[in-house]
Design a protein around this ligand. Structure first.
Ligand SMILES: Nc1ncnc2c1ncn2[C@@H]1O[C@H](COP(=O)(O)OP(=O)(O)OP(=O)(O)O)[C@@H](O)[C@H]1O
Length: 312
């Protein structure tokens, strides 16, 4: 296998049990997780709260010790080649953990030093420019806004030019401008060959950004597939009927179909296309005396897939 065919990340049988705290039971956060992240992808790691996403990312980052299993990062076994595997990955954490006494420039220089990047190979100015912090390069970090701190964390994750960039909830609580700036940078880095792994609670964002998605729940892999294929698995569509504004009683529908009146007065009927035909729905609506001014259909969204696969 050449380096380019080889997955960027290979996780096999990864388990993590956190020690018991305050008289409670030990917590098994990951249960023999197997996961491969293709090189060059934008890969979404999704799951409900407590699924084990941060634990996985923290193990990749070398911040949490695994209980069992194998982790290879860019082909380097984390236990055999800890230095190379660490050098291959950059992590933008969720918490704004920035030393308040460093300036952005100072933070990046210190970080580069920690990774052993020689002075001649540093790209501090370019990074400051990339995250739009050139004007604040010499300001104390404690004077930076939350958004600026987040941008600095992105730059810090990149000082050693990692092959793989991991972003833990990069857009949680950020405004639209910053979100777009982050995505523009992430898309560009990916186009230049960097593998991107991200967690996000915004499923629409994951649907729009990620080529592949893994959903984990209770420390186990539920599904991993190309985003399109994942959406295609859903036997679910929505027929949206514009009734011309007036509200009516919900018409009786074929088995498997479910109606819901939306706030804008439209009747949304979700149905499994394998079992129910759209014309049967339209007949049912018309038969109940509900006027049909217009119809549209909506394909399933990642949100539907997510809810379906993580229920229970
Ligand atoms: N340091 C710790 N000590 C004990 N239990 C922990 C610790 N860190 C995480 N856990 C537990 O492990 C499980 C997985 O947590 P983790 O933070 O990995 O989930 P997550 O998918 O990132 O969730 P979220 O979306 O809420 O961040 C949870 O039940 C959590 O309470």
């Amino acid at each position: 296998m050449t380096q380019t065919d080889r997955p960027a990340i290979e996780i096999a049988g990864l388990s993590k049990t956190y020690a018991a705290q305050g008289g409670g039971a030990p917590k098994q956060a990951l249960k023999a997780l197997d996961l491969q992240v293709p090189a060059g992808s934008i890969f979404g790691l999704l799951g409900p709260n407590g699924a084990g996403k941060s634990t996985t990312i923290n193990i990749l980052a070398g911040l949490v010790n695994k209980t069992a299993g194998k982790v290879r990062i860019w082909g380097f076994d984390q236990d055999v080649n800890p230095r190379q595997s660490r050098a291959a990955i950059g992590v933008m954490p969720q918490e704004l953990n920035i030393d308040p006494f460093f300036t952005p420039r100072g933070s990046l220089e210190v970080q580069a030093g920690l990774y052993g990047v020689p002075k001649s190979e540093r790209w501090t100015d370019e990074l400051l420019e990339m995250v739009d912090l050139t004007a604040q390069a010499s300001a104390y970090a404690r004077t930076l806004s939350g958004g600026m701190k987040r941008r600095l964390l992105l730059a810090k994750a990149l000082v050693h030019r990692p092959r793989i960039l991991v972003l833990d909830e990069p857009t949680a609580g950020v405004d639209i401008g910053l979100r777009e700036m982050l995505w523009t940078n992430i898309r560009r880095l990916n186009a230049e060959g960097m593998t991107i792994i991200l967690t996000t609670h915004y499923l629409q964002e994951a649907e729009a950004m990620c080529d592949e998605i893994a959903i984990i729940n209770h420390g186990e892999l539920i599904v991993r597939d190309k985003t399109e294929a994942l959406l295609g698995r859903m036997d679910s569509k929505t027929l949206v009927i514009d009734t011309g504004g007036a509200r009516h009683d919900t018409p009786p529908l074929p088995d498997g179909a479910r109606a819901e009146w939306r706030d804008d007065g439209q009747l949304a009927i979700s149905y499994p296309p394998s079992r129910v035909r759209a014309d049967a729905l339209i007949d049912a609506v018309r038969g109940a005396g509900v006027p049909i001014a217009d119809v549209a259909t909506e394909a399933p969204h990642l949100e539907d897939v997510f809810v379906e696969l993580t229920k229970g």
